[in-house]
Design a protein around this ligand. Structure first.
Ligand SMILES: Cc1ncc(COP(=O)(O)O)c(C=O)c1O
Length: 465
């Protein structure tokens, strides 16, 4: 055991130490190499060191450097090492936390994590939730819980409302939960990419008049494309007036509630019936760590509780939790430890400071973008995402999209940062998403240098200095 861990550890430490100097993305030819790995069930053993060499020398380097400081693409997370230690412990002791009776103290640690998340949202007594593998499964769990709370078995006439900027995981979850795709209304957003409330109210009224059953509003606490935060207080008011379930996708943004700026932007989130939040994004934990919290934990129990005589008895008291009663899962990993250990080790303050720093860095980046001739800032930061686009007089939208795809490729080719784009309002924009705990001012300066250099390369007349 020592040798296995020590040998792996040597490589892990070297890998983590070299993250800043590794290319931000290195996938050229990687899919071809991936095809060569296809093999039948292994009949013979392979030496451990050979497997480690393959992983660390070949497989891991040929990827997006999602844990590195230059990863400003998609939604980064970073993956703090202490969570990996928690996973090693959890997997090695392999205790079962699906039912409280099997490991009451460990289940309680996970229950504490859920309670802390409820506290961050501003939920009080009676709230609860579950940890999931990510935001997608948290959305699905929320929609099924809401469906079983508000609708009968025949829910084919129920309608759901989200924004045109809502992450597709919401629509996907709604369809998986059995709702017809045609019953999902995507409401247009305003100039700041937030759901417009007037068309929302009109759509609800229109559906009611047509004999449909308006059922759920989904607000975004930080959209993926531009980091936009909907007016959650207004959406909560509409949901209340219309007796709809109010769900908030805070997969990316909700942990910014730890900051003053985040609390101001997300005012009203505590009125939501359910909120998803992804520790594998803005709590810097490894992929595979999501969460759903609900204002009334009884809604989860009503939706998912089912017993069988071969299982241990469930708890009768409110403060002891059988997680299998609150979610679709029975057996699963002890994912709570991955959150519990880092939060207990450090307390919440360093996490809050990190998030403050990301908000500052994004504001700084947007201010820098404004100084680069030929670029237009499309989305000012509302949280830690900003989006921009190269403009050039006389080009139509398609030509401008092609120009911006070229720009992104040139920025990424320098391999110090990785940026990705999104289409908003029919235009392709380039995003900068600052989330990783390893991203600091020095890397953001590199990012701006690389953007300036790529712009100058494409138009030597501009930014000639
Ligand atoms: C706003 C938002 N919601 C939901 C999701 C889906 O979450 P996951 O990838 O954890 O399933 C994402 C993923 O990036 C997201 O950005």
């Amino acid at each position: 055991m020592h040798r296995l861990v020590d040998d792996a550890m040597q490589r892990i430490v070297a890998h983590i130490e070299s993250l800043p100097s590794q290319p931000a993305s290195n996938v050229e030819g990687a899919t071809d190499r991936a095809r060569t790995l296809i093999e039948p069930l292994p009949m013979n053993p392979t030496p451990y060191t050979r497997l480690l060499d393959f992983l660390f020398d070949e497989a891991i380097p040929r990827s997006f450097n999602a844990a590195g400081p230059g990863y400003l693409a998609f939604i980064p997370g970073g993956g703090i090492f202490h969570a990996a230690v928690a996973d090693l412990i959890a997997d090695a002791v392999n205790r079962y936390v699906g039912v409280c009776a099997a490991a009451p103290l460990l289940a309680q640690l996970e229950a504490n994590v859920v309670r802390w998340f409820c506290e961050i949202i501003g939920y009080g007594e009676g709230s609860g939730g579950v940890l999931t593998s990510g935001g997608s499964l948290a959305n699905l769990t929320a929609i099924i819980a809401a469906r079983r709370a508000l609708l009968g078995d025949d829910f084919q006439r129920a309608t759901l409302y989200c924004g045109d900027q809502t992450h597709h995981a919401f629509q996907k979850a709604a369809i998986l939960a059995g709702f017809p795709a045609a019953n999902i209304r995507e409401i247009h957003s305003d100039a700041m990419f937030r759901v417009r409330t007037d068309p929302l109210v009109e759509a609800i009224a229109h559906d009611r008049a047509a004999g449909l059953t308006p059922f759920m509003i989904c607000g975004s606490a930080g959209t993926t494309a531009t980091g936009a935060v909907d007016d959650l207080a207004a959406l909560a008011r509409i949901a209340k007036e219309e007796s709809l379930w109010f769900h908030v996708d805070g997969a990316y943004g909700a942990f910014f509630l730890l900051t003053e700026r985040g609390r101001t932007a997300m005012r009203g989130i505590e009125q939501a019936d359910s909120v998803i939040l992804d520790p594998h994004k803005t709590l810097f934990l490894p992929f595979g760590t999501g969460a759903l919290v609900v204002r009334d934990a009884a809604t989860l129990r009503r939706a998912f509780s089912m017993h069988a005589d071969y299982l241990p008895q469930y708890q009768e008291s409110a403060e002891l939790i059988d997680f299998c009663e609150l979610s679709p899962e029975l057996s699963r990993d002890f994912r709570g430890l991955r959150v519990w250990l880092p939060l207990k080790l450090f307390g919440i303050e360093p996490f809050r400071q990190q998030l403050e720093e990301k908000l500052d860095l994004t504001e700084w980046a947007a201010a820098q973008l404004h100084t680069i001739d030929g670029l237009e800032v499309i989305a000012e930061p509302q949280l830690s995402i900003t989006a921009f686009r190269m403009t050039r007089p006389g080009l139509d939208d398609a030509a401008l999209d092609a120009l911006n795809r070229d720009l992104i490729a040139r920025i990424n080719a320098r391999q110090r940062v990785m940026l990705t784009g999104a289409t908003v309002d029919g235009r392709f924009v380039i995003r900068i998403c600052v989330v990783s705990h390893r991203t600091h001012r020095e890397r953001m300066e590199m990012c701006m240098e690389d953007i300036r250099a790529a712009v100058a390369e494409m138009d030597p007349q501009m930014n000639a200095d």
